[in-house]
Design a binder for this molecule. Sequence first.
Ligand code: SF4
Ligand code: SF4
Ligand code: SF4
Length: 431
Amino acid sequence: MERVQNPQYRLFILSKTRDYPSQALDLFPGVALKIARCLTTGEAKSVKIQIEVTNRCNFRCKYCIRNYWKADLLDMDLTMFRKILDSFDEVERLILYGFGEPLIHKNIVEMLDLAKSKSEVLLTTNGSIKLDKVVDKVDHLGISIDTLIPGVLESIRKGSSWKIIRDNIEYAIKRTEVELEVVLTKDNIGEFVEFVKWAGEISADVAATNLVPYCKEMYDKVLFVELSKTPVEICEKVLGTDYNRMNELLKSVTSYSHDGINAYNELWQKVRSENYHLNLPAIIENQHRIKLAREVEKIFEEARKIAKSYQIKLDLPNVFADESKRACPYEDTIFIRSDGKITPCMEFAYTHPLYINGHKKIVNEYIIGNISSFDMEFMEMKKRLVEEFPWCGDCQFAVGCWFVEEALDCYGNSPSCSECLYSAGIARCLI
Ligand code: SF4
Ligand code: SF4
Ligand code: SF4
């Protein structure tokens, strides 16, 4: 890509990489004020805080990050929870979930009481636990359910019972705002329209996300492509939609044909004039995934019509990236892990593998502090995502890129958001 390559990027990276040792949370209002200022426009206004009250869970879902991490499992101490809340003057929203089931925390009712007295409260649950003690303390309740077919649900969400989840949904729907959370894959996209219809009949909103693949087997199940749609459309407009001419062009470039190189340069300029990058080999290689993504867009259109007819909200993920329209969903939010450490988002909360752009990588946890010691630099950077981080999905070097293999990017960042599916709206989380 073009903006590479400060020769001294190693020093630059070293200056940015900081390690915060594990410390008991020691709160100072001044640091909370700093966080509030950093997350807003400089004024100490209200902020969104996501608190992982526990990272333990009573399910073993097939696609969960928990199968791929090495984390110490623990519940957040009630004293720590209280201190976090006390240290912020104004909180816009408290989001009480992380990589675990919040309702298995023994103090969850007290936590919800404290949270409710402070701000609006959002909680998501796997739907396995009775909601009678908590439902009136939650303003927005997310319940995960991927399919209407009991056998399929129980095989994906190991430990679940379709009947219990459905009963809990029906109980909650009469008492608070409920959003059904669906992880879309090749396995359940075929019944998604039916699913939205069912949600409409029970008046539940639906929020869907794509699967975040942690391994090649999961990658084979996804419905999205990492490519931006605009370069794909430009290539199709210039070279046709059967991809043969794209292949011929690529061959002529790799055999150093003068005409081929000129034609490629013309195509490159067209794509650049729209502010995108061209990854022609990936477009050709992913033609079947592009086709699938377009079929999924049609399914989404149908689902939108049904949601509209039932007047329910339907939140859908992108199935193409858009290099120039990326944004960090955690722009105004911090994530506090169950051990009290603060990370910029859920993606950087725990070290885990990710399979993306046709390669496997490791996303390392990135701790930006605790409430007594907080580094604001990365928080500022994620507000300027498009300027600060490249997007690897449209880059020809994505497979085998040295920067990515070294947990860097070519703008000199470490860690980097250059392959974050959340930033492309492909993966979504309820915050
Ligand atoms: S319920 Fe959520 S946290 Fe628990 S195993 Fe399933 S996906 Fe993971
Ligand atoms: S862009 Fe993605 S990885 Fe980067 S801070 Fe935001 S959510 Fe986290
Ligand atoms: S793959 Fe990503 S990090 Fe590597 S050169 Fe391309 S945009 Fe930069």
